[in-house]
Design a protein around this ligand. Structure first.
Ligand code: PEP
Ligand code: MG
Length: 317
């Protein structure tokens, strides 16, 4: 058993019809990068940086953040490390923070919170930039809904660079900037986002929540939380197609990416980058290596056009 898993870990994630798939890992704490690497991850597709900020009474300073980000970059040894800027608010709150938002899931969270707290954002951006001097870092912005948030983030990054220049501190001049696609509005009106960013990562956990108006943490409506809803699949397809049209990489980093039961569906939607919990990597890789992407794409496209709920069993060959 262990030997088979070891073989699978070192085997390439390539479909039967020769399509290479990137399988990356989601992590919450820097030390999990070791597990990700051991599981054969091609990179870190999502480092949820908010976990550095949670469960403590103070904020992590620039040096502490820099050490954390740089350690992940070093462990991953040249593989890309995608670090998401602070995604605080809603289900994840800072200690001592008094939130009185009427509806936290629709309130001042994630990039909205960061742009409203420029000092805190600048500190994180400087730490991220400094970590990029040790290997490839990609910056991922959560909860983007408007283009002006992308422009404001670019300005904040430019200001952080200027500050590091003034201090004489090193960073890479070549850091990719991407956004989470987790608010339906940007999946629907994707063009300016895909054109102005270097990559996209679909956060299906929130995308499903906001598309179907189902609180992802509310058990009473959990049975309505349906990743296979045609509206959700169409938003994912639309985003992947925009990436193909512009040559920009598109990943899925929500829970769907690590669910081996829906791997064939995602391949059929054209997905080539998956990011998931390290423990799920081998099960997904197994599915990838047994799939015929082109046959799946034809099946999924025709089912989406008929707008019916796709039965996963129909995708079995
Ligand atoms: C998502 O929304 O799908 C996602 C990956 O981010 P989080 O679960 O941290 O909100
Ligand atoms: Mg999310």
């Amino acid at each position: 058993e262990r030997a088979t898993l070891g073989l699978l870990r070192d085997a390439p994630a390539v479909t039967l019809d020769g399509i290479a798939i990137r399988l990356e890992a989601n992590i919450e704490l820097p030390e999990e990068a070791t597990t990700a690497l051991a599981a054969g991850a091609d990179g870190i597709g999502l480092f949820r940086s908010e976990f550095l900020f949670m469960g403590r009474s103070d904020l992590p300073g620039e040096d502490e953040q820099y050490q954390a980000y740089a350690s992940v970059v070093r462990i991953m040894a040249g593989r890309p490390v995608t670090i998401r800027t602070l995604d605080i608010g809603s289900d994840k709150t800072l200690d001592g923070e008094v939130t009185v938002a009427t509806n936290p899931a629709l309130g001042l969270r994630a990039i909205r919170y960061c742009l409203a707290n420029p000092e805190l954002f600048a500190t994180q951006l400087r730490a991220l930039l400094r970590a990029s001097s040790h290997g490839p870092v990609r910056i991922l912005i959560p909860m983007i809904s408007h283009m002006h948030e992308v422009y404001a983030t670019r300005q904040a990054i430019a200001a952080a660079r200027a500050e590091l220049d003034a201090r004489g501190q090193a960073y890479s001049g070549n850091i990719a900037l991407g956004a989470m696609v987790e608010i339906p509005a940007i999946a629907i009106a994707i063009d300016p986002f895909v054109e102005n960013l270097d990559f996209l990562s679909i956060g299906t956990n929130d995308l499903i929540q906001y598309t179907l108006a189902i609180d992802r943490g509310d058990n009473d409506v959990a049975s309505l939380y349906d990743p296979m809803h045609p509206a959700v699949l169409r938003l994912i397809a639309h985003t992947i197609n925009a990436g193909e049209r512009t040559g920009k990489p598109v990943a899925v980093c929500g829970e769907m990416a690590g669910d081996a039961r829906v791997t064939r569906m995602l391949l059929g939607l054209g997905l080539k980058e998956f990011s998931m919990h390290p423990q799920q990597l081998l099960d997904v890789k197994k599915e990838v290596r047994l799939a015929h992407t082109n046959a799946l794409r034809v099946k999924v496209a025709s089912a989406l056009n008929r707008a019916e709920r796709i039965d996963l069993a129909d995708l079995d060959s």
